[in-house]
Design a protein around this ligand. Structure first.
Ligand SMILES: [Zn+2]
Length: 285
């Protein structure tokens, strides 16, 4: 091979490698990962080339014992902070009003959206994310009352548009982490309890109200829920323990951070696997 041809080939290789490097650009290499920081022109340049994935954090404003009334918003926001890079997704503005539970809605600060209103509202938000070009949408859910209306909204949109959706309700997923981090037997997390507080504590330690927790008493502030066949309005307490005597707050931020990182990893791994399966199924030919 003559030198000139070799040089030309090397140049060609360099150019094609740099084009490949450009096409491999990720959200982590961009200036922003928050959807709201973009002008529409720049957004149009990166969707779908850099990403067609977005995270929508969804919560509510609701009493949570010694945890702040914004707990269900702070948690999906905190988890999204840990997840976006690993799943190569932008993050949409949080939906911070949801279907707060009637049984604790009378405590100060709780704001309740009716399920049918919430379902339509979420549907409209998701519809425009799909129109913008997002094909893979991860909803990190911070509140149980939101689940059913959101499930109806994504089923409808999936059938209408073919876009892919996943809702992860953090407290119903990866129960084993309670055992791994706290040595508790794996049970579903309650409400305003150890695990829920941990996901707030890891980011906003000053927002867990230890003084009030001790003043009212952990058993007055929390209860293990009602027996089957017993329905109460209001509930026993604004905190629900997963089991009697289990799930009291421990205020250990190091453990809380460990728990948060592990929970976020579960979410990233689950979403990444789902997207690769969705794409594999659609391109099998
Ligand atoms: Zn909550």
């Amino acid at each position: 091979m003559n030198t000139r041809l070799f040089t030309l080939m090397t140049l060609g290789l360099t150019v094609s490698l740099s084009i490949a490097a450009q096409t491999r650009q990720t959200v982590g290499s961009l200036e922003y990962h928050d959807l709201q920081n973009y002008s529409w022109m720049r957004l149009a340049q990166i969707i779908p080339e850099v990403t067609d994935r977005i995270i929508l954090p969804v919560g509510t404003v609701e009493s949570h014992g010694a945890c702040p009334i914004g707990t269900d918003n702070f948690i999906p926001e905190n988890l999204a902070d840990h997840v976006w890079k690993d799943v190569n997704a932008l993050v949409a503005p949080i939906v911070n009003h949801g279907v707060t539970g009637a049984s604790i809605s009378q405590f100060p600060g709780s704001i309740m959206i009716r399920p049918e209103v919430f379902q339509e509202y979420i549907y409209d938000i998701l519809k425009d994310l799909v129109r913008t070009g997002f094909k893979n949408i991860l909803i990190i859910n911070g509140h149980g009352g939101n689940t059913e209306p959101m499930q109806k909204a994504i089923a409808k949109l999936h059938m209408e548009t073919g876009a892919h959706f996943m809702i992860i309700s953090w407290w119903e997923a990866a129960w084993n982490l309670a055992e791994e981090v706290y040595g508790l037997k794996p049970v579903q997390s309650g409400h305003g309890d150890l695990e829920e507080a941990a996901l707030v504590l890891s980011k906003y330690p000053e927002l867990i109200d230890r003084e009030m927790y001790e003043k009212l008493g952990k058993d007055n502030l929390g209860h293990a829920g009602t027996d089957k066949g017993v329905i109460m309005m209001p509930a026993w307490a604004t905190t629900r323990l997963p089991e009697k005597g289990v799930g009291y707050l421990d205020f250990d931020q190091k453990k809380a951070k460990e728990y948060t990182v592990k929970k976020a990893k579960f979410i990233s791994d689950t979403f990444n696997e789902a997207v690769s399966r969705w794409e594999m199924m659609e391109s099998w030919k």
